[in-house]
Design a protein around this ligand. Structure first.
Ligand SMILES: C=C(C(=O)O)c1ccccc1
Length: 375
């Protein structure tokens, strides 16, 4: 039977195992430029079957938190080249998560201190991370109220996604993950509480999924569907998100995605970083039905599940065929050699949440390995 430690062919990319490092925002890229220490951080974790980078902004407008990296300056691209080389030198595989935050931003982070943009002018009851003058000391502040995007602005944002995907491959990434989860721009278009547009990008489920599918079309046209994954979070409340009928919404989304020969579908089960059985709407979300719908519609992408998995749950999910791949977030923060530890059944280091966001090497690259020679 299949286990987490079996190799996996991800649309032509050979993964050494089924254990994926989930995207994790760490707020350690001043001026959106990944630093040399970031290359060390990802290289330390290169034994993962696949690394998905932290959310990476496709444009200045897509930047929503201080010190998150981008793909829109030459300095950032040079920084990412160092990262991908360091990971590949360790035999690892790494894709970059393409991120536009939409309304989850602050005017001080926006070009010309503008309002953040969103499908509708509905403020989020949410916070974002800013740093004080002396870089690195940061805190969370309320997000700024957004303005509604004009239809005429959408092609420009699609272009930003296309361009980011192209430069991602140029700087050595093995592919991209479209961030369509956790209440950011693409999820804001999908779900009813944030999208109250009256044009053909709002209202019906088809209309609310339109922008996401146009982005997927543009990226897969640019770099190939086999280099393109996507992340969805059907019922997460993260960033103040809610839709009263997630099952029909995501049934339509996943059926529509089936025609693209994507690399993988990454599903967050429940509340991101919280209860796996979190429910929105009248009935519990049926993840198995979602996968079945996708396969019945002809979807062949790998199926990746996330959120609060431990070793036993993960083995069960892979053995049963419920998932091809399992992504782990917090456990990879504090266990660079998570794969080895899971293989040996070794003790896992608990992550220290006080150093998740912002700061220096402490809580970033100074977590211990089991056998010290790898430090
Ligand atoms: C990109 C994030 C996500 O997808 O939730 C994120 C951003 C800031 C803090 C934690 C997570």
């Amino acid at each position: 039977t299949t286990t987490l430690f079996d190799s996996f062919d991800l649309a032509g990319i050979k993964l050494a195992n089924r254990i994926v490092m989930a995207p994790l925002t760490r707020n350690r890229s001043p001026h959106a430029i990944p630093q040399p220490i970031t290359a060390d951080y990802y290289a330390q974790r290169a034994s993962a079957g696949l690394i998905i980078t932290e959310g990476t902004a496709i444009s200045p407008q897509g930047q929503g938190y201080a010190d998150v990296p981008g793909l829109y300056t030459q300095a950032a691209l040079d920084g990412w080249r160092t990262v991908t080389k360091a990971v590949h030198d360790q035999g690892g595989k790494i894709v970059v998560q393409l991120w536009h935050v939409g309304r989850i931003s602050h005017s001080s982070l926006q070009p010309n201190n503008q309002q953040p943009v969103a499908p509708s002018a509905i403020p989020a009851n949410s916070k974002t991370y800013l740093t004080t003058a002396n870089e690195g000391q940061g805190g969370f502040v309320p997000t700024s109220p957004p303005r509604a995007l004009e239809v005429s602005e959408l092609p420009g944002i699609i272009d930003d996604y296309r361009h980011a995907a192209l430069v991602a491959l140029e700087v050595g990434f093995d592919g991209v993950e479209i961030h369509a989860a956790n209440g950011y721009l693409l999820d804001q278009f999908l779900r009813a509480n944030t999208n109250q547009r009256c044009d053909n990008y709002g209202g019906s489920i088809e209309n609310r999924a339109r922008f996401l599918l146009e982005v997927v079309q543009a990226i897969t046209d640019a770099i190939g569907a086999e280099r393109t994954g996507i992340r969805l979070s059907p019922v997460t409340p993260a960033c103040d998100m809610f839709d009263p009928e997630p099952q029909p919404l995501f049934k339509h989304v996943i059926s529509s995605l089936a025609k693209f020969k994507l690399s993988y579908i990454h599903i967050i089960e429940g509340a991101t970083g919280g209860a796996r059985d979190h429910q929105q709407g009248a009935t519990a979300f049926d993840y198995a039905a979602l996968k079945q719908t996708y396969r019945t519609a002809g979807g062949q992408a790998a199926w990746m599940l996330n959120n609060g998995y431990n070793f036993t749950l993960a083995q069960q999910a892979v053995r049963s065929g419920q998932a091809d791949l399992i992504s782990f977030g917090r456990l990879f923060i504090s266990n660079p050699d998570l794969v080895e530890r899971l293989r040996l059944g070794a003790l896992l280091t608990e992550p220290d949440s006080s150093t998740f966001y912002g700061g220096n090497e402490h809580g970033y690259t100074d977590y211990p390995f089991l056998n010290t020679q790898q430090t």
